[in-house]
Design a protein around this ligand. Structure first.
Ligand code: CAA
Length: 382
């Protein structure tokens, strides 16, 4: 078993680390406070090759393997989950999905623009009455001559406010349950496509754009369908196999950031005449975090490696997401505690890690859903 990274994997890790530290970190606190991300950031990510990473070179991508992509998500996740989230939705849920399911003409139309960052993508699955139970969606796709008319509502759509293109899921026959669902590639300037910010202020991921999308007689040609009629649920689930690896890797980055911040803090903070890092309770917290970070890393890289062997890694990806997110939740909880009062304010980034990581336990399949996916695979379904 070889745990070392190849030269090309290291190069991606360095690219993402340097970009995150030099160009994202200085902006993170302000983006969180203002609850917005400058458009220049994803544009720059496109320019340096982060957005198209796993796409083939013929579409303007970098031809990265899945391990490289996970490394890039980990490095961005160490610094800013909103930026990592934008990249995961754009690259894994949208671009990799079009690459897997698209016709040649769809790939040629969309992938170069998505790889360069000229266009941003979003993934519109969740609805007011269909969250975890995605197969029960109510959005309708009605045939009308050579077109489909899309009607319905989508909520919590990450990148929704800034996206140029959306993957939209809608049913052409709800009596068929998930077999009635179709996937469409919809430019967001299509007539009948409306979006507005989600109401309220999010706990974390505040620099992300979360949208409520309303589709009213949104007309798209039949050629906008991704995959065959009725294959939309599989399209959606396979996209989530990519996206969940991105969330798992991002959570690993958050846990690493909590460990780094905590180790640095307990080295310099003195109480009772000694460094708090010399006290056994602080040491236990740091040791638990370090063990969790290593275990998460093994699970995330294993899932990525399996994908690179051409294997479907649905179960391993769910295990990686479940464990890495819950490990990062523990790490963020301890990091805030170790920082004491300082950890409770925006003066230190650990309070943002604490707020951001909760979202990862919810989006792209809650921890409950990951447990369902894993248990069904272990036990089998009748
Ligand atoms: N890849 C390909 N096909 C898959 C698949 C996968 N990973 N998982 C399931 N399928 C297929 C099954 O094989 C089955 O196909 P057949 O009919 O041919 O047998 C079909 O899909 C239906 O599968 P299930 O019976 O397992 O479906 P289910 O209704 O019981 O649901 C579920 C399974 C795992 C609970 C699924 O509904 C699920 O993942 N729910 C969570 C949804 C989710 O993650 N939402 C987040 C959206 S994105 C987001 O968070 C916001 C954002 O902006 C990023």
């Amino acid at each position: 078993m070889d745990f070392s990274l190849s030269d090309s994997q290291r190069a991606v890790q360095t690219l993402a680390r340097e970009f995150a530290q030099a160009e994202v970190a200085p902006l993170s606190r302000e983006m969180d406070e203002k609850a917005e991300m400058p458009r220049s950031l994803p544009k720059r990510m496109g320019e340096i090759g982060l957005l198209g990473g796993p796409l083939p070179k013929e579409y303007g991508g970098g031809g990265w393997d899945s391990v490289s992509l996970a490394l890039a998500y980990e490095e961005l996740g160490r610094v800013d989950s909103s930026v990592r989230g934008l990249m995961t939705v754009h690259t894994s849920l949208v671009s990799q999905c079009i690459l897997a399911w698209g016709a040649d003409s769809q790939k040629q139309t969309y992938l170069p623009k998505l790889a360069s960052g000229e266009w941003i993508g979003c993934y519109a699955l969740t609805e007011p009455n269909a969250g975890s139970d995605a197969g029960s969606m109510e959005s309708a796709a009605t045939e009308d001559g050579g077109d489909y008319l899309l009607d319905g509502e989508k909520i919590w759509i990450t990148n929704g406010g800034v996206a140029d293109v959306a993957l939209v899921f809608a049913s052409r026959d709800r009596s068929l349950k998930h077999k009635g669902i179709c996937a469409f590639i919809v430019p967001t300037n299509t007539s009948g496509f409306h979006r507005e910010p989600m109401p309220g202020k999010e706990l974390g991921h505040r620099a992300s754009s979360h949208s409520h999308i309303t589709l009213r007689q949104c007309r798209v040609p039949k050629s906008a369908m991704l995959g065959e009629p009725g294959e939309g649920f599989k399209v959606a689930m396979s996209a989530l196999d990519h996206g969940r690896l991105g969330v798992a890797a991002g959570a690993l980055g958050v846990a690493q950031a909590c460990l780094d911040a905590s180790a640095s803090f307990v080295r310099q903070r003195r109480q009772f005449g000694q460094r708090i890092g010399d006290m056994q309770m602080a040491q236990a917290a740091i040791a638990n975090m370090a063990a969790d970070v290593d275990a998460s890393r093994m699970l995330v890289y294993r899932a990525a490696w399996l994908k690179d062997q051409g294997q479907r890694a649905t179960r391993e990806t769910s295990i990686a997401k479940l464990f890495a997110v819950e490990a990062a939740l523990r790490a963020a909880n301890e990091a805030v505690l170790l920082h004491g009062g300082r950890g409770y304010s925006t003066e230190y980034p650990v309070e943002r890690y604490y707020r951001d990581i909760k979202g990862m336990q919810i989006y792209e399949g809650t921890a409950h859903i990951q447990r369902i996916v894993i248990a069904r695979d272990v036990i089998g379904q009748e």
